[in-house]
Design a protein around this ligand. Structure first.
Ligand SMILES: C[C@@H](O)C(=O)SC[C@H](NC(=O)CC[C@H](N)C(=O)O)C(=O)NCC(=O)O
Ligand SMILES: [Zn+2]
Length: 286
């Protein structure tokens, strides 16, 4: 059974539906392949934001502790629901999109809209560069984390590699979603049931290019696109990177908890970054 070791004094999963967060999932793998993949994020001016945030934290006596060393801010955080509201109000950053390449745009758009319930938000053709983008998601781009598909003219197949793990979609009934996907000819690679080492009902499916989607059974959420799982070669290095890069802007990515699955050689370290999207990314050694 998985061991959850919260990094915080209290539960870190905000139950306040108005809060939307963006969390990260990075998996540990010996893979040397590169995922055809990038995450886009919007951040405000770091300098003024960092100083303002650390001053606010001192005034509010929050559980955050940010010690500024010169212009570098280092933080050890213990996020609690009590101070997470302050954090959300102060931090205007959010993850914007995830970009990856597909071999047939219309095929993928059909699958994501008919099987996963996403909406096609817009398409963007750049003939001079010989590529087309399609943006899909569960809400408008100015408030939701979205998927940006890239089709490069004439390229109908990609090697996804082992570094990319899966996207997570929160659904209220995994079994029902899997039945719909099967009826539409979608590929189910792991039938519904409790996750190994845990209790959450999950299932895994593959999209037409072979990108994996995990369906996680959860209550209603404004942001079903809730997870990006990547595998990394060194978990501590990845954690250090995400903390340093984001924590420099104070209130940045937080390491929230670890989930150790020794029987499955699996560590899960969700990074948690404020944002209007609710997706998550957790560190899982391969
Ligand atoms: C937290 C939840 O969203 C997960 O993704 S855990 C799912 C679990 N992950 C792993 O086992 C990761 C380690 C693996 N070696 C890898 O690199 O993918 C999983 O896939 N469980 C399978 C199952 O059937 O439960
Ligand atoms: Zn997952």
């Amino acid at each position: 059974m998985a061991r959850i070791m919260p990094m915080t004094a209290s539960s870190i999963r905000p139950s306040l539906s108005s809060l939307r967060f963006c969390r990260f999932c990075v998996s540990h793998s010996s893979s040397r392949k590169f995922a055809s993949f990038h995450l886009g994020t919007a951040v405000p001016q770091m300098q003024s934001f960092g100083i303002k945030a650390s001053k606010l934290l001192r005034e509010k006596g929050s559980n955050f502790s940010i010690g500024a060393v010169g212009s570098m801010a280092h933080a050890s955080t213990a996020t609690t629901q009590e101070n997470v509201l302050d954090w959300v109000k102060q931090d205007k950053r959010r993850m914007l999109h995830v970009v990856y390449r597909v071999g047939d745009l219309d095929r993928t758009i059909k699958f994501y809209t008919e099987c996963l319930g996403m909406k096609l938000l817009r398409k963007r053709d750049v003939p001079e560069e010989r590529y087309t983008n399609a943006f899909l998601g569960y809400g408008p781009e100015d408030s939701h984390f979205v998927i940006e598909l890239t089709y490069n003219y004439g390229i109908d197949k990609y090697d996804i590699g082992l570094a990319f793990g899966h996207f997570g979609i929160a659904v209220e009934d995994v079994a029902k979603s899997v039945e719909l996907i099967k009826a539409k000819g979608g590929k189910v690679t792991r039938e519904p049931g409790p996750v190994k080492g845990g209790n959450t009902v999950i299932a895994f499916i593959e999209d037409p290019d072979g990108y994996k989607f995990e369906l996680l059974e959860r209550g209603p959420t404004p942001e079903p696109l809730c997870q990006v799982m990547l595998r990394v070669g060194d978990l501590d290095r990845a954690i250090n990177f995400y903390q340093k890069i984001f924590i420099l802007q104070a209130y940045g990515m937080e390491l929230l908890r670890t989930r150790d699955n020794p029987e499955y050689k699996c560590f899960l370290h969700p990074f948690f970054s404020r944002g209007s999207s609710g997706n998550s990314l957790s560190a899982l050694p391969g």
